[in-house]
Design a protein around this ligand. Structure first.
Ligand SMILES: NC(=O)C1=CN([C@@H]2O[C@H](COP(=O)(O)OP(=O)(O)OC[C@H]3O[C@@H](n4cnc5c(N)ncnc54)[C@H](OP(=O)(O)O)[C@@H]3O)[C@@H](O)[C@H]2O)C=CC1
Ligand SMILES: CC(=O)[C@@H](O)[C@H](O)COP(=O)(O)O
Ligand SMILES: [Mn+2]
Length: 381
């Protein structure tokens, strides 16, 4: 039987690759609903091709125009629209590929509907991981990782006793500026930051990768998905992005997952789990062509954002919410050329220093803290 898919963030990098998988495997998948932001031309293309029953866009006026042009599809908008798509009762699985903590409430609504989630939207787990995981456990809903490192960890842990794990080792490419000193980072441009050495991804994530905040977000994401303390989550610089992450066990065995960098592989694995399927037009891994893989210890002074993320994670409570919200706005400001690159982490640090942590915040408190932090960063700049 076909798996019915709802997709948040259909016009983005992960969203587009998810649609490729659906389109290449019409006997396995059907798109029943999706959301997008402002890219209305792409919304038209997707609607025409997949004929979903429900679509959400950011703006009311776009939803109204689209409703006239596609009378057999229902168009909704805004935050409510995202929630309607996420909790679409006709779906077997939600692929959450929206960017930012705007994905939090839709995720919780999908969980409450008992819909399995393939989760790419890491900011949701960073902003409110305790709440999301508790809700998923309470409703017995699976959260299947899409992020390449977490998919690798998930695969390496398959069938293992979690009590025998000693360390999760997340690999990091180092991003666009991995060979620059902190002094050289003072001069870098947005265009340079957007040139990731190994992956083609959305702009926000590519900047996060350059600051190393992405690895910080991923450490917190791993803490929540795999229920391990921060002392057992390490990062390793691995410039080739061939080993996507590793798990070390008590007997010193290390299990790694490898592959050519291609996000369709972890997306498809989450969509077919516990099974696998052939991957169309994928580049098989030929280690003899690569020759050597390289690893370096992570330098926490050079990659200060990673140190901040460990600090936020260890503090817990509302601190990761603040870190994430400050980072989201600081990255936007950098991309608009309003602040220099190094000010991204300065803003995150300042917001964290000024925040008085709430140890067990409610959802309402998290939403308020997230929103206030965004305002504070705008006021600061
Ligand atoms: N790209 C990748 O390879 C990877 C991504 N991830 C994670 O997956 C998530 C998505 O990343 P990526 O695909 O790169 O992101 P993109 O920026 O490419 O896409 C983001 C999507 O979200 C939509 N969107 C943005 N803001 C809003 C909003 N406020 N309300 C509703 N929709 C919105 C965009 O719509 P529109 O464009 O129409 O405005 C777009 O569809 C992120 O959390 C990222 O960290 C994880 C691993 C790898
Ligand atoms: C592809 C993927 O999962 C990204 O999140 C990736 O992790 C970015 O690479 P680095 O953050 O290691 O540069
Ligand atoms: Mn990743």
């Amino acid at each position: 039987m076909k798996k019915k898919i709802s997709l948040l963030g259909a016009t983005g990098s992960i969203g587009t690759q998810t649609l490729d998988i659906v389109q290449s495997n019409p006997e396995h998948f059907q798109l029943v609903s999706f959301s997008a932001g402002k890219n209305i031309e792409k919304v038209r293309e997707i609607t025409l091709k997949f004929q979903p029953s429900l679509v959400s866009v950011m703006r009311k006026e776009d939803a109204e125009t689209l409703a006239t042009d596609f009378p057999s599809t229902r168009f909704v908008y805004g935050k409510e629209g995202l929630i309607l798509v996420a909790a679409h009762s006709g779906a077997d699985m939600l692929v959450n590929a929206v960017i930012g903590s705007v994905g939090l409430e839709p995720t919780l609504h999908a969980i409450r509907e008992g819909i399995t989630i393939a989760i790419s939207n890491k900011e949701t787990l960073v902003a409110a991981g305790d709440i999301v995981i508790a809700e998923a456990q309470k409703r017995n809903v699976a959260l299947l990782p899409v992020d390449s490192e977490h998919s690798a960890l998930f695969q390496a842990l398959n069938g293992e006793n979690p009590k025998r794990v000693t360390r999760l080792i997340l690999t990091a490419s180092g991003g666009s500026f991995r060979d620059l000193s902190r002094d050289q980072l003072k001069q870098v441009t947005v265009e340079q930051a957007l040139a990731h050495p190994n992956w083609s991804m959305g702009n926000k994530l590519t900047i996060d990768s350059a600051t190393m905040m992405n690895k910080g977000l991923e450490v917190i994401e791993a803490h929540h998905l795999f229920n391990l303390p921060y002392d057992q989550i390490d990062c390793l610089l691995h410039k080739e992005s061939i080993i996507h992450s590793m798990v070390e066990f008590e007997d010193t065995s290390v299990i790694a997952q490898l592959g050519s960098p291609d996000m369709r592989v972890p997306i498809q694995y989450a969509m077919t789990y516990p099974d696998r399927m052939p991957m169309q037009n994928a580049k098989p891994l030929r280690l003899e062509e690569i020759g050597a893989l390289h690893f370096e210890r992570m330098d926490f002074e050079r990659f200060k954002a990673l140190a901040l993320a460990y600090e936020a994670g260890r503090t817990g409570g509302s601190m990761p919410t603040v870190m994430n919200a400050a980072n989201e706005i600081a990255v936007q400001l950098f991309m608009m050329n309003k602040i220099p690159f190094l000010q991204i982490e300065e803003i995150v640090e300042q917001m964290m220093n000024e925040h008085v942590t709430i140890s067990h915040p409610s959802l309402d408190e998290i939403l308020e803290i997230d929103s206030n932090t965004r305002k504070l960063v705008h006021a600061l700049v």
